[in-house]
Design a protein around this ligand. Structure first.
Ligand code: 13P
Ligand code: SF4
Length: 303
């Protein structure tokens, strides 16, 4: 049954000239039919270079929006309209306007996990992989880092000379991991290296042997001479690493590291989108695109 749906998807995507992008947190059946698999920003850059006029994003809304911002000439479809990232949708543009009015001269740094409308009010974007290098290059000493206080605090720790403010909130999945859980898994697997996403709370990040983005964690584990790893990010990454490196052992930090929004997309959703019966086309007016792409361009310029 799964095979039949996958074959129909592969046939339709060729017939309709659609590029399918899948974030690495998607389920295996979706990763198998994707043209590209990767982290959020890598996918948006790949969408731009893909020859296809239509892009189908299997991920969450801000990822489809970032694709549209970088490729406004393309038709970008979000495969499951209900898949949003609660962290990306945490603030409204008015919150940023208010902060700017009260803090003139401050830079607003936005993690790429933000809505397009929020990006229109920000100065520069960062990814979890580029946050340190980009913030290090900013002239401003006073910074508001949104929306993830954990990533913001991780950056702030590396730049004690800057005044970096954060706002409560963050990723409900990574942010829920407790230090005690980490200690227990480390005790169970004393020879394993602990690799963690900076969206976890600082006390958890402090216990890590490596801190990095989804793709950073995967690269580190694949290239390491080490044989055992505890993976402190979404559970799909543990499974994918185990498949890619059968001679190594990977342990998930917690069975609760599952993002329901990332898992919202099903193969049937993808099939329906290709039939023109589902999904949601990302539509933005020119003014929003122009303003929201600016902080992304600044990130690329500084990066
Ligand atoms: P990446 O930017 O590493 O793909 O992460 C996206 C995300 O949602 C992490 O939780
Ligand atoms: Fe958002 Fe967290 Fe899910 Fe990533 S894992 S999409 S940050 S809720």
């Amino acid at each position: 049954m799964i095979r039949d749906i996958q074959e129909e998807i592969l046939r339709l995507k060729k017939e309709k000239d659609v590029c399918i992008l899948a974030h690495s947190y998607q389920t295996c059946d979706i990763l198998e039919i994707a043209d590209f698999v990767g982290d959020s920003f890598a996918l948006s850059k790949l969408a731009k270079t893909a020859p296809n006029k239509t892009v189908l994003m299997c991920g969450v809304r801000f990822m489809a929006e970032t694709c549209k911002l970088l490729s406004p000439e393309k038709k970008v479809i979000l495969s499951s309209p209900h898949a949003g990232c609660p962290m990306a949708e945490q603030f409204e543009p008015e919150d940023i306007e208010k902060f700017k009015a009260e803090n003139p001269g401050s830079a607003v740094v936005a993690y790429i996990n933000t809505t397009a409308k929020l990006k229109t009010k920000c100065d520069v974007c960062v990814t979890s992989a580029s946050a340190l290098s980009i913030v290090g290059k900013l002239e401003e000493k006073d910074i508001l880092f949104i929306p993830d206080p954990n990533l913001g605090n991780y950056v702030a720790k590396n730049f004690p000379e800057k005044n970096i403010k954060v706002i409560n909130g963050g990723c409900p999945i990574h942010g829920a991991i407790k230090v005690d859980e980490v200690k227990a898994v480390k005790e169970e697997h004393p020879d394993a290296l602990f690799l963690v996403h900076p969206e976890c709370v600082p006390e958890v990040v402090e216990l890590a042997d490596y801190v990095g983005s989804t793709s950073g964690i995967m690269k580190y584990a694949k290239e390491s001479q080490h044989k055992e790893f505890i993976i402190g990010t979404e559970i799909s990454i543990t499974a994918q690493l185990q498949m890619a490196c059968p001679d190594k052992k990977f342990y998930s930090l917690s069975k609760d590291l599952i993002c329901p929004d990332m898992k919202a997309t099903t193969l049937v959703d993808v099939l329906n989108c290709l039939k023109g019966e589902g999904g949601e086309e990302i539509v933005m007016d020119e003014e929003t695109i122009k303003a929201a792409v600016k902080p992304i361009e600044k990130m690329l310029e500084l990066g």
